[in-house]
Design a protein around this ligand. Structure first.
Ligand code: FE
Length: 333
């Protein structure tokens, strides 16, 4: 009900928007996006209207078709970006600025989506019970030495499915299935809660390591109740045995309708300027996609890592197989 209400409000807002504005549907919390939009408006005089659409963004865009007031869609996770592209509601964008700013593995080869920030899926490790160097690869999480020591959210969540999909891309389907069985056998408890709940469980002594996205460290440190959870762990950047650390993205795509195409493109190009990248990445403690854009002090304090270079379109292509594997091994059961 709350979502419905928000959606109708969002629609009403966009329907009343002036033609010259850029209209965005976003699944991201508006407060994460507003600061960088304010910077764009200050520089160009072009107003940006954000409509927060928490669910059903694909259905909305399909229903509106070419009459959609939305120019751009902003969301997180390659699965969501790919789903929007696959729905046929996106138009390709060809821009020298975007192509030269964003590494090839972080954008669609056809210009259908572009990553704006990345987040690594890492291991939160107990400061007290996990030694330096004890975790080095994702593959290692299936080792029996972790028996009863791992916590994670649902294996069917987008974040974990992207990780398994990337594992399939690296090691093949059979190895990914064996891995999923091995990690399940090592779980301290059935998957439940979100990424931060797992860090809380480490703090409470229920497990020693968990899988989580990097920016949640920032969110926990900003919350008085969760600060102690964050203080009980450190971030470890595992890699695939033959690759780097798994990253996922937040990104942007241009709708097929895009009534304000030129200004929307101008905004997309602004979003990969170093200044905009710094603002956007810092608000949510993510990593900029543009080389040389500054990290927040907190993100910098986690140290550097080598991102995996398997392109995310390939990862998205293995998602269905990843889901099937996690269901077949009954990961959450
Ligand atoms: Fe998240």
């Amino acid at each position: 009900m709350r979502n419905l209400l928000l959606s109708s409000l969002a629609l009403a807002t966009l329907a009343g928007a002036a033609n010259a504005d850029v209209n965005i549907y976003t699944t991201r919390q508006p407060e994460l996006i507003q600061p960088v939009m304010d910077a764009f408006t200050a520089e160009t005089g072009i107003k940006v209207n954000l409509a927060f659409v928490s669910e059903g963004i694909v259905e909305r865009l399909k229903a509106e078709g070419r009459r959609s007031p939305a120019d751009l869609v902003m969301t997180v996770d390659i699965a969501n970006l790919q789903q929007i592209v696959d729905a046929g509601v996106i138009q390709p964008v060809h821009s020298e600025v975007l192509d030269s700013a964003i590494p090839a593995e972080l954008r669609s080869p056809e210009g259908l989506w572009f990553a704006l920030t990345t987040r690594a899926r890492i291991v939160y490790a107990s400061k007290d019970r996990v030694a330096d160097g004890e975790v080095t690869t994702y593959e290692d999480l299936a080792d029996p030495k972790w028996q009863g020591r791992i916590c994670t959210r649902s294996g069917l969540h987008d974040y974990n499915l992207a990780l398994v999909a990337a594992l399939i891309a690296h090691d093949g389907e059979e190895a990914a299935r064996t891995w999923a069985e091995g990690v399940k056998a090592n779980l301290a408890r059935k998957p439940e809660g979100n990424d931060r709940s797992q860090v809380k469980a480490i703090w409470a002594g229920e497990c020693d390591i968990s899988l989580g996205n990097t920016y949640y460290m920032g969110e926990m440190l900003a919350d008085p109740e969760q600060m102690a959870w964050a203080d009980s762990v450190r971030i470890v950047f595992p890699t695939f045995a033959d690759g780097g650390t798994h990253v996922n993205v937040s990104g942007v795509a241009m709708t097929e309708a895009a009534p304000n195409h030129d200004d929307a493109l101008r905004l997309m190009e602004f979003l990969v300027s170093p200044a905009a990248q710094a603002i956007y990445a810092q608000v949510n403690n993510e990593y900029p996609v543009v080389a040389g854009a500054p990290l927040s002090d907190l993100v910098q304090s986690w140290g550097s890592f080598t991102p995996d270079t398997i392109d995310l379109t390939t990862v998205a292509g293995h998602r269905a197989d990843a889901l099937r594997i996690m269901e077949e091994v009954n990961f959450d059961g």
